[in-house]
Design a protein around this ligand. Structure first.
Ligand SMILES: [Fe+2]
Ligand SMILES: [Fe+2]
Length: 340
């Protein structure tokens, strides 16, 4: 571990996180689904063991044929993001005080980390199989993108600090919830009910995970408000980087920014959403009402309270244009014009 990263987290922070073990343990049952009660990817896919599997598959592919190229691109981007789960579990296990010491530790933090990972694992699995069965995208190019992404890794600038880490995950889970939900809306509009259902199920998990991370961070705000508000401001200043920003299909160096623009164009995840998420976190963690903080922490509080508004103004001015090709779609072109 990097020595510089070691000194970022104070012993007080470690004590706070350690002291939360009982709290996390008490909430595990409501924040994670029991395996027996969980959905699995095969619940939402054609049953290839059924006698009428050809009919099921034909119907499935017929409704998937209605999806636009834009929806396919955002869906591939979301799937690729989910498929880089090994990167995120590795990252979560680096957060100090949260680490799963043995790999099968009974500590509440370790149980959360494995429970979260196992639930998330179904997301990439389901979307990958869905896209494969639709026959609408170049799977080899998509798989190459996943391969590169996991190989490239991801640094969310959280410095192994659990405070920064839980601000990041609170933001990120809400962002993925919004993104999956909106792909579901577009699928429904296109008459593709399978994908609509799939996206709703995944967005439901993301919503529960968002609730969990926001709860952990709310507790940190309660136990250590001065440091918590500093961590929140620090993450916002360095901007929340999306976990798949190092995606690469081996050909196109601008792949991630092109995918982001398509998501912005069709309203799946936009600059306005970014601003809205900041506003939600500021309000959920009652940042405006924090008392008894001073100096840098008070300044961070002031900065955070006006931040969502500032990003909203920037979002209103956002515009782009052009036409881009995607290897995921056999190099078909998508117009990247601002809508609205
Ligand atoms: Fe997910
Ligand atoms: Fe998630």
């Amino acid at each position: 571990m990097n020595a510089q990263n070691e000194i970022q987290v104070t012993s007080h922070q470690l004590e706070v996180v350690k002291s939360m073990e009982g709290f996390v343990g008490e909430h595990l049952d409501s924040l994670l689904m029991k395996v027996e009660e969980s959905w699995q990817p095969s619940d939402y896919l054609p049953d290839l063991t059924a006698e009428n599997w050809i009919e099921q598959l034909t119907d499935f592919r017929k409704s998937a044929a209605a999806l636009s190229d834009e929806v396919l691109v955002v869906l591939v981007g979301d799937m690729v993001t989910e498929e880089a789960l090994p990167t995120y579990q590795t990252w979560l296990n680096r957060l100090q005080g949260v680490t799963d010491q043995t790999g099968a530790s009974p500590s509440p933090w370790a149980q959360w980390s494995r429970g979260w990972t196992s639930e998330e694992n179904r997301h990439g699995d389901l979307l990958n199989k869905y896209l494969y069965l639709t026959g609408r995208v170049d799977m080899r190019s998509v798989e190459t993108t996943i391969h590169h992404l996991i190989n490239n890794g991801f640094d969310p600038h959280t410095e192994n600090d659990p405070y920064l880490g839980f601000v990041y995950t609170s933001f990120q889970e809400r962002a993925t919830k919004i993104s999956h939900r909106n792909v579901g809306v577009l699928a429904k509009r296109a008459g593709e009910d399978h994908l609509h259902k799939i996206c709703c199920m995944i967005a439901g998990d993301e919503a529960r995970h968002e609730k969990a991370y926001k709860l952990f961070m709310a507790k940190i705000f309660e136990l250590d408000p001065a440091k918590a508000v500093l961590a929140f401001a620090k993450m916002m200043k360095s901007k929340i980087a999306m976990p798949a920003m190092l995606m690469d299909d081996g050909k196109d160096k601008k792949l991630y920014s092109k995918f982001s623009l398509v998501a912005q164009k069709v309203g799946v995840y936009t600059a306005k959403d970014y601003a809205e998420i900041i506003g939600t976190l500021v309000s959920d963690w009652k940042v405006e009402g924090l008392t008894g903080i001073s100096g840098a922490s008070a300044k961070a509080q002031e900065y955070l309270c006006g931040l969502s508004e500032r990003y909203l103004k920037l979002a209103e001015r956002m515009s782009f244009s052009g036409v881009e090709k995607f290897s995921w779609l056999y190099d078909r072109e998508i117009a990247l014009t601002t809508i609205g």
